[in-house]
Ligand binder design. Structure first.
Ligand SMILES: [Zn+2]
Length: 199
């Protein structure tokens, strides 16, 4: 999942950009972000619509996969990334909302507290600049394994709860555009339509 405020911050930075500002660090960060995004499957890649399989082997491949996903999420300035987004159909995702340490969940089982829901805009590292309102439970429990095969159980709320619902959806081939209202979906599909390259 892409950070909800990235685009606004970028717009803001841009507004106040001056020719002589030392923006080398910003440019480097943007270059790293674009390189990471180039390694993340983009809509309408078919992998994004596939259901990932349960992880059966907790081996070195899995540990390295999680490490690679954590690096990509960080470089792409996202708050969550699912394995399907890099074309690996295994039930594993990483998340790190609000500068919290990165956590990985393998074979996640999500329990929603249905008593309270909230609508907020969600971006996605696989949906370019598209950001749509999505209703989610505000409190969840997520259980599963860590990459070493040990049990994990997290009680989450707010952004963290939203992110793990978003990432669990990815493992079932579900995207934000499937969960938003019809008007937002229509606008999003328009923005995602392939555009000819103008030279
Ligand atoms: Zn996403």
């Amino acid at each position: 999942m892409a950070h909800a405020h990235d685009e606004h911050e970028h717009d803001h930075e841009h507004e106040h950009e001056h020719e002589h500002d030392d923006s080398g660090a910003d440019r480097e960060r943007e270059f790293v972000r674009r390189q990471a995004l180039a390694q993340i499957r983009q809509y309408p890649d078919v992998a994004l619509r596939m259901r990932a399989r349960e992880v059966a082997e907790f081996d070195e491949f899995l540990v390295q996969l999680v490490e690679r996903m954590a690096n990509l999420m960080h470089d792409a300035q996202g708050v969550g990334l699912a394995a399907t987004q890099i074309g690996v159909l295994q039930r594993v995702f990483v998340f790190a909302p609000d500068d919290e340490p990165m956590r990985a969940v393998v074979n996640p089982r999500l329990t929603l507290d249905e008593s309270e829901k909230a609508v907020d805009e969600e971006g996605c590292l696989s949906l370019r600049e598209v950001r749509v309102p999505v209703e989610r439970a505000t409190k969840v429990v997520i259980e599963g394994k860590d990459p070493n095969g040990d049990d994990v159980r997290y009680e989450l709320e707010g952004l963290a709860a939203r992110v793990v619902q978003h990432e669990t959806d990815h493992l079932d081939g579900v995207l934000t555009i499937d969960r938003t209202d019809p008007e937002s979906r229509k606008q999003a599909l328009g923005a995602l339509r392939p555009r000819p390259t103008l030279v």
